[in-house]
Write a new protein. Sequence first.
Length: 453
Amino acid sequence: SVRPPRPTRDAAEPLPPVHSGPILDQFRIALDNIDMDDCEAHGENAFFVADLAEVYRQHLRWQRELGERVTPFFAVKSNPDPYVLRLMAALGLGFDCASQPEISAVLALPGPVSPSRIIYANPCKAASFIRNAAKCGVDTMTFDNADELAKIKKYHPGARMVLRILTDDSSSLCRLGLKFGAPLGEVRGLLKRAKQLDVNVVGISFHCGSGCKDPQLFGDAIRRARWAFDVGREEGYHFDLLDIGGGFEDNNFEEIAAVLRDAMAEQFPLDGAGKGVRIIAEPGRYYVCRAFELATNIIARRAAREGTNDETSMLELAGNEDEDTKPITMYYINDGVYSSFNSTMFDHQIVFPHVLTLDNEFQPSPPLANEHEFEACSIWGPTCDSIDCVQSNASLPTQALQVGDWLRWDNMGAYTICAASQFNGFRRSDVRYTIDSKGDVALESRLRHLLRV
Ligand code: PLP
């Protein structure tokens, strides 16, 4: 088959510079360069700072905990940032792609990246995307239903198919099992159908749900996969691929890894049933969540009880002794749920602001509650829609925090920019890049070499 030409985006659009130093310093430098009284439209837009060293550190952590047995295939959907993808490619990771454009983005990376490093991990694919995958040489892909097998037979008969099974995802932020995964009762029938169609099935995959809170569910899923491997053997297949999906979180990664190591050793021992079985995973959130922080500008405010005369204030106070109905300050910022904070809706995130400037003064460390009176307030996005509420119950030093001040939001790297819209004509927030090597000169030069900057 003929490989389509590689897009030349990298050559055509040079990437922004990569600075050095901590994220907070980058916020300060960027804010110093914004003239709030004189900038052009969009000049005070919200912006991210991404620390690429943080992505790298997460990789080292992965290698330490799981590297001996599990090859990560980065879930592109979580953050297809060009530098993040470039770093993943240079570090030798594989890629989990969900669509044809994600496949194209990965194949366009400098390297180049071989199509064998991609798993097309979407069990329900458009026919044209399957044909494109075949043209690009992307052979490994998932399925969980018989109709998908028929499409594969027609459009990509040489594909290496991976059967996605349903596992318990009840403790996850995003329950992907509601939509994908063959129940165990359907596994044998699907494999029989694949045999009839002469479709090659090479392994089993699962996903415990994105943001999995219960590490034990990974052990349970490995046992289900073992069972499916055995059914595969009975149906005449020799599976050589186990894909343990995504779902890893920054704060429970070590626990999940420990459960996985035990379960893999028990169910897929290297000197027994696991011999010759390649194990891959599709982490997304884990790699990028912490690396990106967002700065937003307070563009407007509706202060509590403003404009009320004494009489109405008294009435309000008399009628509103309940904390829930007490009027609170409303802040309006220049990024919201239609853009970077879409994660509060689609990814079930709850986000909390940190103060970046106070009365226009940069705050090197967060202001302390004993220095300022922190009060309940709400924070709203810039669009004209009332659903655009970023945080309905925040706590900020409202007496000092003025229109024009900046707020900082951490853990904004996963499922944020990639799903942002431009509703109401607002632009997506740009990214400023840095490497915070924490004084490790060798790490900085290694990263610059990997990133080609
Ligand atoms: N793999 C698949 C098939 C997914 O659908 C997802 C997320 O939706 C991921 C991997 C990444 O999950 P996470 O970011 O929780 O690691």
